[in-house]
Design a protein around this ligand. Structure first.
Ligand code: SF4
Length: 165
């Protein structure tokens, strides 16, 4: 796996890549919209969250999927391992971790449709794209990575960040 990392000014990154309206529209068309606490609409204010931090450590992890199946489920082991790493980084260095794409998969059934609180707020984190960032543009500009949306991509890149001060 190829890992890339950049430490960036969060205000500048938000100015250049936060596109709440476009991402919000995409989220509303997703079946997971409102289905987990890591998905929109959030029970917290994104501006308040971003306002607490001045820097963003951006991580891009690229790997070959090694098979025809590139479904969310097939990528889950890699994603779960990367999420555990960034959560450990949050715990050791402080800040706020965002997860590597997709939705929350910590529980077999999320409590949100039942109107109950999250079972694991200490582990549940939203992804950077769910917060409203246009990661396609950010990846091209910062790492010269163009995402391949074909059904059988040769490489997959997952992105996450640690917000910090
Ligand atoms: S940790 Fe469980 S309850 Fe919380 S958002 Fe994730 S799936 Fe839902």
């Amino acid at each position: 796996m190829l890992r890339r990392e950049l430490d960036l000014d969060l205000r500048e990154f938000a100015r250049d890549y936060l596109d709440t309206e476009a991402v919000g529209a995409a989220c509303r068309s997703c079946p997971r919209y409102g289905a987990t606490w890591a998905c929109r609409p959030f029970d917290f204010d994104v501006s308040d969250l971003l306002g607490r931090y001045s820097r963003l450590r951006l991580f891009a992890c690229t790997f070959e999927p090694g098979g025809a199946d590139v479904s969310f489920e097939s990528l889950r082991p890699v994603r779960d391992a990367l999420n555990a790493e960034i959560l450990a980084l949050e715990q050791s260095e402080g800040g706020f971790a965002t997860y590597f794409g997709g939705s929350c998969t910590l529980c077999r059934e999320c409590t949100r449709p039942l109107g109950l609180p999250c079972r694991h707020p200490e582990k549940m984190r939203p992804s950077l794209e769910a917060l409203g960032f246009d990661l396609c543009r950010a990846l091209e500009d910062k790492f010269h990575i163009r995402l391949d949306w074909s059904p059988s991509p040769r490489e997959i890149t997952l992105v996450a960040a640690l917000l910090h001060n």
